[in-house]
Write a protein that binds this ligand. Structure first.
Ligand SMILES: Nc1ncnc2c1ncn2[C@@H]1O[C@H](COP(=O)(O)OP(=O)(O)OP(=O)(O)O)[C@@H](O)[C@H]1O
Ligand SMILES: *[C@@H]1O[C@H](CO)[C@@H](O)[C@H](O)[C@H]1NC(C)=O
Ligand SMILES: *[C@@H]1O[C@H](CO)[C@@H](O)[C@H](O)[C@H]1NC(C)=O
Ligand SMILES: *[C@@H]1O[C@H](CO)[C@@H](O)[C@H](O)[C@H]1NC(C)=O
Ligand SMILES: *[C@@H]1O[C@H](CO)[C@@H](O)[C@H](O)[C@H]1NC(C)=O
Ligand SMILES: *[C@@H]1O[C@H](CO)[C@@H](O)[C@H](O)[C@H]1NC(C)=O
Ligand SMILES: *[C@@H]1O[C@H](CO)[C@@H](O)[C@H](O)[C@H]1NC(C)=O
Ligand SMILES: *[C@@H]1O[C@H](CO)[C@@H](O)[C@H](O)[C@H]1NC(C)=O
Ligand SMILES: [Mg+2]
Length: 672
């Protein structure tokens, strides 16, 4: 009976002690978290790391082995030996600062619900810190110096009992075989090993550290003798506590083993899960969100830039041929002209004529005021000759010519740049009830100016230049109201080729000499004819051809003046707007000269040299009577058939022209 009882007791004892000889280890990570309870912000990463805290500030994280550990055989017994080893790592966003650390904990419950974050490391709070009723044994890996707990530095390992004030602590590090101390930085982002051993007999507590892959050093880092009987209850829970402060830090446990009544099973370091490659959060965010955004932005700005450049290229594209090298000085860049006229705005439009529109502009560099004439021109044929002529004319400087500063060529466009004439063109002072009119003195000055300009073109320049488009709107007034001829030779651009079949006569109706329309050839005499019309225009203040709106009748200035002269009242033709101060003889002379220049026979017209003599009074106009000029038949105007020639008129005067008078009839019917 006694033996039986003894055997049962013995076996019971044996069974009890052996069943309490518990040990466990996590070598392959904590995934799935078998027998592990996690609380707070603790998570287990997909690759098995126990991540006690993430980068959330002021939070705690706990992980406990869920099964109770029997530390004592009886409630009042002695604490058995126990041993643990783990590998941890701390990732801080800032390399030099982290918070707040990791603690290995032996606690009465598998949770620490009242543990505060920050310096309390998730273990205690302000009211229970240091209270013996806590029954908490901890080994802290503290990364912050908390003076209130008598910490020695911000990188220490301590043995704590019921309190954050360590029983004993030491700077993190290890003693190598030669007995030399080597610092370890807890926040180095490198994994490190820790061993905690309690000897139940000697009550000695040893904490040892070593870098990853080092064997356990023989000399412990922190060591103290303390009987834990009053701290550790019979059944306790083991685990980890961690907390964050204001510095964003992640605390990891890579592997863990624990054993009572024996040495904790060594960890198989090579099998532990790997730490994530550390990328500071700002950079990772930058790469995750910033990079795509930035590249998208870059791509868009690149596309925009390319579009911009292409559009700009197209917008400012010019045509430049080899032969233009010699005119380089006179060649303008389209871009400059574009900016000078503020993009050829309607606002700056000075007027439009048969060849194109004229814009006012200010050159960007020189601040020179210019008039920019845009002429649309499709064919490139004859362009070289034209440009050559235009430029050579531009080179001559005569006070009665509008200076041509240069030109520019684009696809289908020729652009001519002239000096800006502040007082505009003469036609504005003559017809349509002008606001400002000119007195006779001013008119004769303009007439003389235009005559000497035209004379210069015909005879004084090294070659004969035919203007081809003399008329009031091509006479511009400069600052001193001097008459200046503009648009010289432009008509020629549309009038190229010597083949009479294809030649187009270009000019303005009313200024075109009859033989010009018949033969298509412009001569100095055709210019004189146009000058005659101009003289009558200035003296009478009327256009050479007017179409009466109501009656649809065509008024021909030459016919009218001639008619008045025949009746002996030539002065009746003078412009009533020119005031009363005039020299009757002079007006009469100008009117007669106008008629003489308008003679239908080119041989009967004077040359510009003679015209100048008459105007200056150096020679007397030959005594003429209406009969001399008429010869009983129509002598003036443009009566001979010219509609056989395919004509393109550049004049708006032609629009709505339906005929009426004798001459107009002949114009339309193709002559007699
Ligand atoms: N250099 C200039 N300075 C100031 N204004 C000018 C200048 N050149 C032309 N203009 C203005 O621009 C207007 C239009 O000129 P444009 O030469 O295009 O037409 P037009 O002389 O009436 O006819 P055409 O095409 O037969 O020459 C003119 O009436 C004149 O008011
Ligand atoms: C930290 O972990 C907690 C709990 O898993 C989660 O709610 C929180 O969003 C995490 N914070 C960060 C910054 O990852
Ligand atoms: C344990 O010790 C307490 C006093 O420290 C005592 O009151 C109690 O009876 C003891 N229990 C046993 C089972 O010895
Ligand atoms: C501190 O923890 C104790 C339990 O250990 C709890 O009763 C107390 O309310 C807590 N105090 C604070 C301020 O959290
Ligand atoms: C320790 O905690 C217990 C229970 O939580 C409490 O009754 C006691 O007053 C505390 N002691 C101190 C010194 O705070
Ligand atoms: C903390 O340290 C100070 C001086 O370093 C000392 O006076 C004090 O007693 C210490 N407190 C504890 C609880 O060790
Ligand atoms: C080790 O740490 C201590 C305290 O932080 C410091 O004074 C010492 O310079 C460090 N030594 C090395 C080798 O880093
Ligand atoms: C761990 O415990 C088992 C029995 O549960 C035992 O066989 C093994 O030897 C123990 N290992 C160590 C290192 O104590
Ligand atoms: Mg003009």
């Amino acid at each position: 009976m006694f033996l039986k009882l003894f055997i049962i007791f013995f076996f019971n004892l044996l069974f009890q002690t052996s069943s309490q000889n518990i040990n466990f280890s996590y070598n392959n990570g904590f995934n799935p978290p078998t027998d592990i309870s996690i609380q707070g912000i603790t998570t287990v990463t997909p690759n098995g790391l126990l991540k006690l805290t993430n980068t959330t500030v002021q939070k705690t994280g706990h992980a406990f082995y869920t099964k109770p550990i029997r530390f004592k055989d009886s409630p009042n017994g002695t604490v058995k030996s126990f041993s643990t080893t783990f590998v941890f790592a701390i990732h801080s966003q800032i390399p030099t600062l982290s918070g707040h650390g990791i603690a290995f904990v032996v606690a009465p419950n598998p949770s620490l619900p009242y543990g505060n974050p920050s310096q309390y490391m998730g273990l205690f709070n302000i009211s229970n810190n240091g209270n013996a009723t806590n029954h908490v044994f901890a080994v802290e890996l503290d990364t912050i110096l908390s003076t209130e707990f008598n910490d020695t530095n911000e990188n220490h390992v301590g043995i704590n009992i019921n309190s954050l004030k360590s029983e004993k602590s030491f700077t993190a590090g290890w003693w190598d075989e030669k007995g030399l101390f080597k610092n370890l930085s807890l926040i180095s982002r490198k994994p490190m090993q820790v061993w905690v051993d309690y000897d139940g007999l000697s009550h000695r507590i040893d904490v040892t550290m070593a870098p990853f892959n080092e064997d356990k050093p023989r000399r412990p880092l922190v060591s103290t003798v303390r009987d834990l009987a009053s701290v550790i209850n019979q059944d306790m829970f083991v685990g980890f506590s961690s907390a964050t402060g204001s510095v964003l830090s992640e605390h990891f446990v890579l592997g863990w083993s624990f054993g009572v009544n024996g040495v904790a099973p060594p960890l198989a370091l090579s099998r532990l899960p790997k730490l994530p490659r550390f990328v500071p959060r700002k950079i990772s965010d930058f790469f995750k969100i910033g990079m795509p955004l930035i590249s998208l932005f870059l791509i868009f700005s690149l596309i925009f830039l390319i579009c911009f450049i292409v559009r700009r290229r197209r917008k400012f594209a010019e045509e430049l041929d080899d032969w233009e090298k010699e005119f380089g000085k006179n060649r303008f860049r389209y871009k400059d002209l574009y900016y000078a006229t503020k993009g050829f705005k309607e606002k700056d439009l000075l007027g439009s004529g048969g060849f194109g529109s004229v814009y006012k502009g200010v050159m960007p560099g020189s601040k020179l005021e210019v008039a920019v004439k845009k002429v649309s021109h499709e064919s490139r044929q004859g362009m070289k000759e034209f440009v050559a002529e235009i430029v050579s004319i531009g080179r001559m400087s005569h006070r009665n010519l509008v200076p041509l500063l240069g030109y520019c060529r684009r696809k289908g466009e020729l652009i001519l740049v002239y000096d800006y004439m502040p007082n505009g063109s003469l036609d504005k002072y003559l017809y349509n009830n002008p606001e400002v009119t000119l007195n006779w003195k001013q008119r004769i000055k303009v007439i003389l100016g235009v005559a000497s300009g035209l004379f210069y073109l015909h005879e004084e320049w090294e070659q004969v230049v035919i203007h081809r488009d003399v008329k009031a709107s091509n006479v511009l007034l400069d600052g001193e109201h001097n008459g200046r001829l503009g648009d010289f030779g432009l008509a020629r651009l549309y009038d190229h080729g010597s083949d009479p079949q294809t030649t187009h006569v270009v000019g303005t109706l009313g200024y075109l000499a009859p033989e010009h329309t018949r033969t298509g050839r412009a001569t100095t005499a055709t210019d004189v004819f146009a000058f005659g019309a101009f003289l009558l225009e200035v003296a009478c203040g009327r256009r050479p051809i007017e179409i009466q709106q109501e009656s649809d009748e065509t008024f021909l200035l030459v016919d009218w003046v001639f008619g008045l002269w025949s009746k002996g009242n030539i002065l009746g033709a003078k412009d009533p707007n020119m005031g009363s101060e005039y020299d009757e003889k002079e007006v009469e002379m100008v009117l007669k000269l106008g008629l003489l220049c308008s003679h239908s026979d080119p041989r009967a017209r004077p040359s510009m040299r003679q015209v100048l003599h008459y105007l200056r009074g150096d020679a007397k106009l030959p005594e003429l009577s209406p009969l001399d000029l008429s010869g009983g038949a129509m002598m003036f105007g443009v009566q001979d058939g010219f509609s056989e020639l395919g004509m393109s008129y550049s004049s708006s005067v032609f629009k709505g022209f339906t005929g009426g008078s004798s001459i107009a009839d002949s114009l339309l019917s193709g002559g007699r």
